[in-house]
Design a protein around this ligand. Structure first.
Ligand SMILES: NC(=O)C1=CN([C@@H]2O[C@H](COP(=O)(O)OP(=O)(O)OC[C@H]3O[C@@H](n4cnc5c(N)ncnc54)[C@H](OP(=O)(O)O)[C@@H]3O)[C@@H](O)[C@H]2O)C=CC1
Ligand SMILES: CC(=O)C(=O)O
Ligand SMILES: [Mg+2]
Length: 588
């Protein structure tokens, strides 16, 4: 590394560089470079023999055929048996099930991803309900907490303050060029586990594996990034195995300039149509980053917008069970941060669109409690900007039970990041006030859920509709089985991302999030409703994602924000045709 990054303001990057496949012309600058400029000497070659077996993108392990073994100098490097991918899959699932500790399963799966990418995705796609809790919440949370200790092979791209002034060059070290989706975190609010610094990398890695498995985005088009601006986590600062910068977090101008350099470098390197998903930033940066870059980049914040879209989908679906329109509900949130206010705002927007009432009016049906109590107008001056629209006229209320009794919500949503805050008293009050209380304990991982599924069903005597951010097993109560739903943004972001990419979107708009919610809600079947579910099962997630993608793409075309022209006629078929398949390819 040596040359300084070109000084390109974020908003003057040519849009002609990346095509549907993220195809970029001379973005690495080899052709245009002058003699005194440094370039990265990337080469491509045909892998064979040992290096073919060591390349996770092409490795098939014992599934290499005899013909392939002969042609690619593999004979003798493998035992004689040839196994099909299906047999490999059965064997691996059998082995995985031997591990009783979830973190061991996580590590085994990460090893597989590093060893044989297609087999990893085949496993994940075919066994999504079993493996989602391993590569994603809750186990990924534990993995992040212990990332330094379990660290073997680096995954994703680490951009630390040490690279200030040369982020563009760091991006060029990533071997894949046709990047279509970046999930980036700075590790400050990892699930409900707080500041995990550089060890937050598990989250972008996990989210992007879902982009591929659930949304069909090619693995080579996905780039997980962790921005390391330090950590304020004392435990990590004193941990000899910590993998990040051992310094306190950069803030203010230093932070903003570093993030700006990053955002400019991303656009410069990958063009205008690369999707950047902000993930698990703390709310004091998340809202500002989203509003700053949503006018110049294709960005969305999963915690604010993806979560909003998935919860709205559940509420739209629940209308069929409850026989009430959204406008007939009163909503109460515990937690008024990214997830809470993000969901609240999208609900208010949806009601406003449905009823024609101004959004200032529709917000009045929605109440939020933060760590200081109910958000009311007398607190307005001291509130962060994202809470202010929710400061309604009401006398102060100190805590959640007080708010439940005063507001009498029909829907209770937990976005506090604090476990066991929906106490028996709170849940029973919901059951007293409502025939069918809708209770969503969204905080992750499981340890931070506001209540468990069992508590929700027991304390409401089986009358609640319950969903949670992390999965719970079905619950037996009074001779009946109850199936809790998983209200998690992973229903939305893979399909949303696919829809944006396949239409060549250049910006994300709220209407696209609403389209995603409608599409997800439409996938809930009568059978799901009969089981008390307001989300469809994950077993059909690829079909669901294709439908979400088609609706998002349709909205993108309608808004004039699509660049992949002409518009394909059948967007669902087009979405399906764009999806990555993990089935092995044959080598000549
Ligand atoms: N299911 C899903 O798909 C998603 C789940 N989440 C989960 O939601 C949780 C919150 O995330 P996010 O909104 O980004 O976090 P934020 O930090 O932005 O917000 C947390 C909010 O909770 C409030 N809070 C904290 N402790 C308490 C308490 N004891 N009583 C009342 N309020 C409290 C905070 O209050 P104050 O402002 O006063 O500090 C703040 O308003 C996390 O656990 C995360 O995993 C997030 C995104 C998606
Ligand atoms: C699910 C998710 O994005 C979160 O808990 O932060
Ligand atoms: Mg998140």
């Amino acid at each position: 590394m040596g040359s300084t990054p070109a000084e390109v303001p974020c908003d003057v990057v040519s849009d002609n560089r990346s095509g549907l496949g993220g195809g970029i012309s001379d973005v690495y600058g080899e052709d245009l470079a002058t003699l005194d400029q440094l370039v990265t000497p990337w080469v491509s070659s045909v892998a064979s023999g040992y290096s073919l077996m060591r390349d996770p993108r092409y490795n098939k392990g014992l599934a290499f055929t005899d013909k392939e073994r002969d042609a690619h100098y593999l004979t003798g490097l493998l035992p004689p048996v040839v196994l099909s991918q299906e047999v490999q899959e059965r064997k691996l699932m059998h082995n995985l099930r031997q591990y009783t500790v979830p973190l061991q399963r996580y590590m085994a799966l990460m090893d597989l991803q590093e060893r044989n990418e297609r087999l990893f995705y085949k496993l994940l796609i075919d066994n999504v309900e079993e493996l989602l809790p391993v590569v994603y919440t809750p186990t990924v949370g534990e993995a992040c907490q212990k990332y330094g200790s379990i660290f073997r092979k680096p995954q994703g791209l680490y951009i630390s303050l040490k690279e200030k002034g040369r982020i563009l060059e760091v991006l060029k070290n990533w071997p894949q060029r046709g990047i279509q989706v970046i999930v980036v975190t700075d590790g400050e609010r990892i699930l409900g586990l707080g500041d995990l610094g550089c060890q937050g990398m598990g989250i972008p890695v996990g989210k992007l594996s879902l982009y591929t498995a659930l949304g069909g985005i090619r693995p080579s088009a996905c780039l997980p990034i962790t921005i390391d601006v330090g950590t304020n986590n004392e435990k990590l600062l004193n941990d000899e195995f910590y993998i990040g910068l051992k310094q306190r977090r950069a803030t203010g101008q230093e932070y903003a300039e570093f993030l700006h350099e990053f955002m400019c470098a991303v656009k410069q390197n990958y063009g205008e149509k690369v999707l950047v998903q902000f993930e698990d930033f703390a709310n004091h940066n998340a809202f500002d980053l989203l509003s700053k870059y949503s006018t110049s980049h294709l960005v969305f914040n999963d915690d604010i917008q993806g979560t909003a879209s998935v919860v709205l989908a559940g509420l739209i679906a629940a209308q069929k069970v409850l026989g009430k329109s959204l406008a007939d509900h009163t909503f109460l949130f515990l937690g008024a941060g990214e997830a809470g206010t993000g969901i609240a705002e999208l609900i208010a927007l949806k009601i406003s669109k449905e009823t024609g009432a101004p959004i200032d009016e529709t917000r009045k049906k929605i109440w939020l409690v933060d760590s200081k109590g109910l958000i009311v107008s007398s607190r307005k001056e001291s509130l962060q900007h994202f809470k202010q629209p929710w400061a309604h006229e009401h006398e102060p209320v100190k805590n959640l039970i007080g708010a439940v009794n005063a507001i009498k919500p029909t829907v209770l949503i937990g976005t506090s990041g604090v476990g066991q805050t929906f106490t028996q008293e709170v849940v029973e009050a919901m059951a007293t006030n409502n025939e069918t209380p809708l209770i969503l304990a969204l905080s992750n991982p499981t340890s931070q859920a506001e209540c468990t599924a069992e508590q929700a069903y027991t304390w409401t005597k089986g009358r609640a509709i319950f969903g949670s951010g992390s999965p719970f097993d079905p619950v037996e109560y009074d001779g009946k089985t109850y199936f809790p739903g998983q209200a998690n943004n992973c229903y939305i972001f893979p399909g949303l991302g696919l829809g944006l990419i396949m239409s060549g979107a250049i910006r994300v708009r709220d209407d696209m999030l609403l389209a995603a919610s409608e599409a997800l809600a439409a996938q809930v079947t009568e059978e799901n409703f009969a089981n008390g579910l307001i989300y469809p099962p994950f077993s059909n997630i690829r079909e669901i994602s294709a439908n979400i993608a088609a609706s998002v793409a349709a909205k993108t075309y309608e808004l004039g924000l699509a660049s992949n022209l002409p518009r394909p006629k059948d967007l669902v078929k087009f979405a399906e045709s764009c999806m990555y398949s993990p089935v092995y390819r044959n080598y000549r």
